[in-house]
Design a binder for this molecule. Structure first.
Ligand SMILES: NC(=O)c1ccc[n+]([C@@H]2O[C@H](COP(=O)([O-])OP(=O)(O)OC[C@H]3O[C@@H](n4cnc5c(N)ncnc54)[C@H](O)[C@@H]3O)[C@@H](O)[C@H]2O)c1
Length: 325
């Protein structure tokens, strides 16, 4: 059953990478969408093509401005909140130790509290496989525990998941929580592929790669990410949902670096910084179990390797269009 086209969605972080892809899909399916975003890491140009549509509205606002958030959420009746807004950079939490507490945990509390008061019945939440920390079981299933995040970003995702289950239990909001590995593809502004592409354009002789290159992770194309989120939303018969949304293969960091060099500049040398982790808080081996989503009837169109190849081609073409290659 497709319930998207009949609904009105409040999308936090809808000007960001994953959020803008979600907005595009919702509009295509006939839904009404309000994007609430402070543009701290988002890009308003991703939403330009929707600006004259009556079913689309953009509000520049901060989730930490609780009053304005609530006023905006109660301005119309919304069927569901899709909550993407957060600090996207795991590494930033090392220097600014209250960043994820504010932009992740507190922001999620404000979203839930506004939804409660404005009578919004459903929330979809972009969580992450980092809540598992260095899990002792691979592929890691949803019921793995104890959950022991190793970054403040991960801790804030876990805290946000807890707030969502508590609000659900106490006030009846239905939830769809998704744990992603790495999401890549159209409109990506950060993450390993845009980062390495920027570096190789800046320094044509040497590509610096964080870590020893042996980190192995799963990658999901953003098209699959959105498709999987909405598949669960449309097809699950449960009122409350927790799903890994993942591919089931891994690509190593050195493979990605080699593919970038081959595509951008085959003469460039790769230099690894050499540590096991790319940065403190980096989970070096990520492999989530996709069995639960498969049982529901969904699997991704692209595996990690194909998603990486597509994403590198996309970044390459974009940079050529911009005349930077
Ligand atoms: N990209 C990934 O690989 C990945 C993996 C797992 C989970 N996630 C989660 O998915 C969500 C979206 O990630 P993304 O990669 O699209 O990041 P992004 O930075 O592109 O998008 C985040 C958006 O939220 C907005 N925002 C941030 N703080 C805000 C605030 N206080 N008030 C209002 N707007 C605010 C930003 O301007 C941006 O548009 C995040 O919650 C992220 O933690 C992403």
């Amino acid at each position: 059953m497709n319930k998207i086209g009949e609904k009105r969605f409040f999308v936090t972080g809808g000007a960001g990478f994953i959020g803008s892809n979600m907005v595009e899909r919702l509009i295509k399916e006939g839904a009404e969408v309000l994007v609430y975003d402070n543009l701290s890491s988002g890009d308003i140009s991703f939403l330009k093509k929707f600006e004259n549509l009556k079913e689309f509205k953009f509000i520049k606002g901060d989730l930490l401005d609780k009053e304005f958030l609530y006023e905006t959420m109660k301005s119309r009746h919304f069927d569901a909140v899709i909550h993407f807004a957060a600090n996207p950079f795991v590494i930033k939490g090392i220097k600014e130790t209250d960043l994820d507490m504010k932009q992740g945990t507190m922001a999620t509390y404000n979203v839930l509290e506004s939804a409660r008061k404005a009578d919004v019945g459903e929330i979809m939440f972009a969580s992450s496989g980092v809540v598992y920390g260095n899990a002792g079981r691979k592929p890691t299933p949803e019921d793995y525990g104890p959950l022991a995040p190793i970054s403040l970003y991960g801790a804030s995702k876990l805290a946000s998941e807890g707030l969502i289950t508590a609000f659900s239990h106490l006030f009846g909001i239905h939830y769809y929580t998704y744990r992603f590995p790495n999401i890549i593809g159209k409109n990506a502004t950060h993450g390993i592929i845009p980062d390495l592409a920027r570096k190789i354009l800046h320094n044509k002789t040497e590509l610096e790669v964080l870590g020893n290159g042996k980190q192995a992770k799963s990658y999901v194309d953003v098209e699959d990410c959105i498709d999987g989120m909405l598949y669960v939303y449309n097809n699950s018969r449960e009122q409350n949902n927790l799903y890994n949304l993942t591919t089931e293969d891994q690509v190593s960091v050195n493979k990605i670096a080699e593919m970038i060099v081959e595509r951008f500049n085959p003469d460039c040398q790769i230099r690894y910084t050499g540590t096991e982790q790319g940065w403190p808080g980096d989970v070096t081996n990520v492999l989530l179990s996709g069995s639960k989503m498969k049982e529901l009837g969904w699997k991704p169109k692209y595996n990690s390797f194909d998603a990486v190849r597509r994403s590198i081609d996309m970044v390459y073409s974009m940079l050529i269009q911009e005349g930077r290659k």
